[in-house]
Ligand binder design. Structure first.
Ligand SMILES: Nc1nc2c(ncn2[C@@H]2O[C@H](COP(=O)(O)OP(=O)(O)OP(=O)(O)O)[C@@H](O)[C@H]2O)c(=O)[nH]1
Length: 317
């Protein structure tokens, strides 16, 4: 009996050790090894029961087997075949025990055997169902959280960052500026005579135009820290957290060039026969808060509009 128990311990601990150390948890050899190990352990338990029976105390076999089987149900429920490879030899021993060593309890034991088998399988299915449900819910929740985060931070039409997300990123950039003294620039831009564009080509065409402009803005920003956001209707803002004034001017020029290359027809514009934009550029100076910083970019944009649109201007006091 001691030798059998020692063997059970050795096989069980080596199985756990190999499972933990294996590189590929889903390798086919691992599954075969697990089946083999479980069969061996199960056969050793059968040997134990034989020794109990041989010692003349057959009453201990049934409750002991039931205990083992329910333990297996809890730990091996995830795979029907694995569970069966461990429990089948034990079931067979109980059956033999009931019919080879008949007692006055034989019929009752046989009934209990059937009941136990039914409970066993339904328990396994319930556990597995809960497990699958929990995993599915977890995956659904992850997808939902991603969608919610996306909705909370992005503009649904253009896919750019929305105003809320822009403010959060601006606060972070300003904090970094305070701590490390890095340059921060803003470019605010507005589509020239966009109302006339909508009136002339329709709202749907207006939407398409905004989407194209948004793509141009994304293409014009190069650093991964730069953020192009939709600030309002046809107003966009670009946060350049590591750009000085000269670098911001270069980005503004690239944006203008990209939009010019698009050559979106704008027959109703008094400025040009295609869609143009006006841009305001500003650089963060010490003791400027976020509201004032944005207002400076807006003032520069206003200056560009006043100067005849289709151009960029730098904020000056
Ligand atoms: N198609 C479309 N139009 C929008 C959207 N959001 C705002 N607009 C339109 O953008 C236009 C903005 O008009 P204004 O503020 O007068 O600006 P503007 O006509 O561009 O004039 P300036 O900025 O002075 O050159 C309005 O007609 C809005 O209806 C949108 O999501 N889609």
């Amino acid at each position: 009996m001691e030798i059998i128990m020692a063997l059970i311990l050795v096989i069980a601990s080596s199985a756990i050790f190999i499972l933990r150390m294996a590189h590929d948890q889903y390798a086919e050899w691992l599954s075969k090894f697990l089946h083999g190990a479980l069969m061996c352990i199960s056969a050793l338990w059968v040997g134990c029961f034989y020794l109990f029976l041989a010692s003349g105390d057959s009453r201990i076999v049934f409750p002991f087997a039931a205990l083992l089987i329910f333990t297996a149900l809890i730990s091996l429920y995830f795979d029907g075949r694995v569970l069966l490879s461990f429990t089948l030899p034990i079931w067979v021993v109980i059956l033999i025990c009931n019919f080879v060593y008949p007692s006055e309890l034989t019929v009752l034991n046989a009934l209990l055997y059937v009941l136990l088998a039914c409970l066993f399988e339904s328990g396994r299915r319930i556990l597995r169902g809960w497990f699958v449900l929990a995993i599915n819910r977890e995956q659904e929740n992850r997808v939902l959280i991603k969608q919610l985060q996306n909705l909370a931070n992005h503009d649904p039409l253009t896919g750019l960052a929305n105003r809320r997300s822009f403010h959060l990123l601006l606060a972070k950039a300003m904090q970094r500026h305070e701590q490390c003294g890095t340059s921060v620039s803003l470019i605010m831009l507005d589509v020239d005579y966009f109302k006339k564009y909508n009136d002339h080509y329709g709202h749907q065409a207006g939407d398409e135009c905004l989407v194209k402009i948004a793509k141009c803005l994304e293409a014009a920003t190069r650093s991964i820290h730069d953020v192009a956001a939709r600030f309002g209707g046809e107003e966009f803002i670009i946060l350049l957290p590591e750009a000085n004034q000269q670098q911001a001017i270069e980005v503004a020029k690239r944006i203008q060039q990209n939009i010019q290359d698009l050559a979106i027809q704008h027959a109703a514009s008094p400025v040009a026969p295609y869609v143009t934009i006006s841009l305001g550029i500003t650089n963060l100076t010490p003791a400027t808060n976020a509201t004032r910083f944005i207002a400076q970019a807006d003032a520069a944009l206003y200056k560009a509009k006043e100067a005849g649109r289709n151009q960029w201007q730098i904020f000056s006091n």
